[in-house]
Design a protein around this ligand. Structure first.
Ligand SMILES: [Mn+2]
Length: 340
């Protein structure tokens, strides 16, 4: 079993998340006796070398994790076949040049995390590559890539397995799952994507709020949600063209009730009509770059949409970046919230 990164979404995830990870991983390693290897992704890699990564807990349940700043190599015996697994975690991507397969293994697998050159899928250019072509082209039987949430063939021997859950409404149409990779005497034989059942995602019909006051918007939200099957689903309801001051007057009790019914209920308030984005989605939601870049893109987008004034946007960007950098460099003694 290979996990190609971002098992966690933060360097210090909440305790119940860590416990869930340990329990499920132990099913694979301790109970089923299946080797488990994981290379850390960008979300779970500390910014500082002195910070401990939660992914290191994986070692307690006999999983092999590369979560630092160097690559790791493991030779796994599977029957009479030696499987050489080279793990290049996010922290080692920048310092690692070309990687070559080990001679003592029958099958060689490279596991790494990041964006390959020219990744373009679902009509979205995903941004700048950080995985150098020569790092992932070195004659491995298979390259297991992580970071991009869709199952995606980069090259005949290099795939993104995709995520096992949807992480935003930009992925509402994606099919979460994993990949089964088969080898025979000649190397790679097949790669098969196996979809899995995941939490439901419900995008409710949007509200046009131009004529609505707070009571009217509350009524519309009630109408949209009352008879919908929302229990334990991830739900989004978008209201467009919402007048200033209206959103803050929406009935809190109704929203709290929706939060209880749904696994997550998000009411998105938009001041404009945003016709061009009504059917599309923010492509950036599928991929996470460095936090400060994500934040800069967030501010820029809102600035371009006219939601932020220039003076405010500049200061917001400056202060926000400062906070992010400070948060990233803090030792893990604060409340266990998300860093990213
Ligand atoms: Mn990632």
């Amino acid at each position: 079993m290979i996990h190609s990164g971002d098992a966690f979404d933060s360097v210090r995830p909440a305790t119940h998340v860590i416990i869930g990870f340990l329990k499920q991983t132990a099913h694979i390693t301790a109970r089923a006796g299946i080797p488990y290897l994981v290379a850390a992704g960008n979300h779970e890699t500390p910014r500082l070398r002195t910070t401990t990564a939660a992914l290191e807990y994986a070692n307690l349940v006999n999983a092999v994790s590369a979560h630092g700043f160097e690559l790791d190599y493991e030779l796994i015996e599977a029957g009479d076949v030696g499987v050489g697994v080279t793990l290049v975690p996010h922290g080692a991507v920048f310092g690692t040049g070309a990687v070559t397969p080990a001679r003592d293994a029958d099958v060689n697998i490279l596991v790494t995390h990041g964006m390959v050159p020219g990744l373009e899928a679902k009509q979205h250019e995903m941004g700048e590559a950080n995985l150098q072509a020569n790092m992932i082209s070195g004659g491995f039987d298979y390259v297991a890539l992580g970071h991009y949430h869709e199952f995606h063939e980069h090259k005949p021997n290099a795939y993104y397995a995709g995520a096992t859950e949807r992480f935003g409404f930009g992925e509402v149409a994606s099919e979460p799952g994993f990949a089964i990779v088969e080898f025979d005497g000649g190397g790679l034989k097949s790669v098969e994507h196996v979809p899995i059942e995941v939490r439901r995602m419900v995008d409710l019909p949007k509200i046009k709020a131009r004529e609505l006051d707070a009571a009217g918007l509350t009524e519309m939200i009630r109408e949209r949600t009352e008879d919908a099957d929302l229990d334990d689903a991830v739900v989004r309801l978008r209201a467009f063209d919402v007048k200033r001051g209206v959103a803050s007057g929406v009935d809190r009790e109704l929203l709290r009730d929706l939060q209880r019914r749904c696994l997550n209920f998000s009411l998105e308030i938009h001041a404009d009509e945003r016709a061009s984005l009504e059917n599309g989605e923010d492509p950036a939601s599928a991929v996470f770059g460095p936090l400060t870049e994500e934040f800069a893109a967030f501010v820029k987008e809102r600035r371009e949409r006219g939601e932020l004034e220039k003076g405010f946007a500049d200061e917001f960007l400056e202060k926000g970046k400062g906070y992010l950098l400070r948060a990233a460099s803090e030792e893990p003694d604060g409340p266990g919230g998300k860093v990213s």
